[in-house]
Write a protein that binds this ligand. Structure first.
Ligand SMILES: C[S@@+](CC[C@H](N)C(=O)[O-])C[C@H]1O[C@@H](n2cnc3c(N)ncnc32)[C@H](O)[C@@H]1O
Length: 347
């Protein structure tokens, strides 16, 4: 990770930030912070860290921040809270939607709650008897749970709400899919149907609990924002390699965390949620609708490239790291052959 100001790359962890007691590079601590905690995005970084950087650079007169790999919106939210304008780009359509909804925290908390509870009422009144579901879904939930989740989904599809409420309700349902499943979730959010977890919530209770968590955050922050100056941010669903939505010369600071070649498959991490909503039905959809837009970060991205690989590896843009790249590529290629098929995928 690095951040750049007018083409100067700065030390990622200046000493004063490194020494802060509450410093953390991960998303884990965000789970106790308002708005950030609404959705656990394991690929996210620390909001505290982002906030410290934004404050420090605000002192230096930098007040227009760009995050070209915005993920769940950590930088954008902290920019808003610090009264600094920001624009984010996120290519994963589903993660973009998550971030975009979090950025609506300033929407009327009362209308949000009313809309959410009306959807819950409609879902509770439904009698879902359907028994057949995609394999991934039926492997992750007992039938009674699926039917309640399905009732929420049907209520969402049928209820005619304004766009903001519709987005919040989509977000609410999406954000409870993990906590209502008894199957395990590995470090990087892959599903592990053979592992079970202890605390599993009933979908209707999980939904209502989440409504209250979000309502309290919105109320509190909205009261604070009347006193403090908060700024607006925007996010666009685009490829950071070909940005159209940010005017030339707009920003004066980039804070970002791009996909690294760490074998994290951003597309696969949301497979459960996208299958639940019917956005994908299988591997091919994931590849064509999601993965194709993302920077290659894992071996899944390159497995089908075949002879194209040679052209990519010999691209002159990579010349300075070519020898190291070839070494890593060859090691990974060998490893891949040894471990092929061991990752738990049940689609
Ligand atoms: C390390 S994560 C950033 C997480 C973010 N800092 C946060 O706190 O949530 C990298 C993000 O880049 C996104 N991404 C991958 N390829 C992209 C591309 N070509 N353009 C824009 N975003 C992309 C991924 O979907 C992922 O959300």
């Amino acid at each position: 990770m690095a951040y750049a100001v007018k083409n100067i790359e700065l030390d990622l962890f200046p000493e004063d930030i490194k020494n802060e007691q509450n410093y953390s590079a991960t998303f884990a601590d965000n789970m106790s912070l308002p708005i950030h905690k609404w959705y656990r995005y394991t690929a996210g970084f620390s909001a505290v860290w982002a906030n410290q950087l934004i404050r420090q650079e605000k002192e230096n007169g930098r007040t227009r921040i760009i995050d070209p790999f915005a993920g769940s919106g950590t930088v954008l939210l902290e920019s808003e809270f610090e009264g600094v304008e920001s624009i984010g780009i996120e290519a994963h359509p589903y993660i973009y939607r998550i971030a975009k909804t979090k950025l609506k925290w300033n929407y009327s908390a009362d209308k949000f709650k009313e809309g959410a509870l009306s959807l819950l009422g409609n879902a509770r009144a439904k009698n879902i008897t359907k028994k057949e579901y995609p394999k991934l879904i039926s492997s992750c939930y007992p039938l009674e749970t699926i039917q309640k989740l399905e009732a929420l989904k049907h209520a969402w599809l049928e209820t005619d709400h304004v766009e903001e409420i519709k987005d919040f309700n989509w977000f609410l349902i999406t954000s409870i899919l993990r906590s209502t499943s008894p199957v395990g979730t590995a470090q990087w959010q892959y599903i592990q149907p053979n592992k079970t977890k202890a605390n599993v919530l009933d979908p209707f209770i999980a939904f209502e609990t989440k409504v209250n968590v979000m309502y309290i955050d919105m109320k509190r922050l909205q009261i604070q924002s009347r006193i403090l100056h908060v700024a607006d941010s925007q996010i666009f669903n685009e490829d950071a390699r070909n940005i159209q939505s940010i005017p030339d010369g707009w920003g004066d600071l980039v804070i970002t965390s791009p996909p690294y070649a760490n074998n994290y498959d951003y597309a696969d991490a949301t497979r459960l949620e996208m299958t639940f909503w019917g956005d994908i039905t299988g591997w091919a959809d994931l590849q064509e609708n999601v993965r194709i837009n993302l920077i290659r970060a894992c071996t899944q991205h390159v497995s089908k490239l075949g002879s194209e690989i040679d052209a990519i590896l010999s691209n002159e843009k990579l010349s300075s790291i070519h020898s190291e790249l070839i070494k890593v590529y060859s090691t990974l290629k060998e490893e891949r052959l040894k471990h092929g098929g061991k990752k738990i995928i049940i689609l």
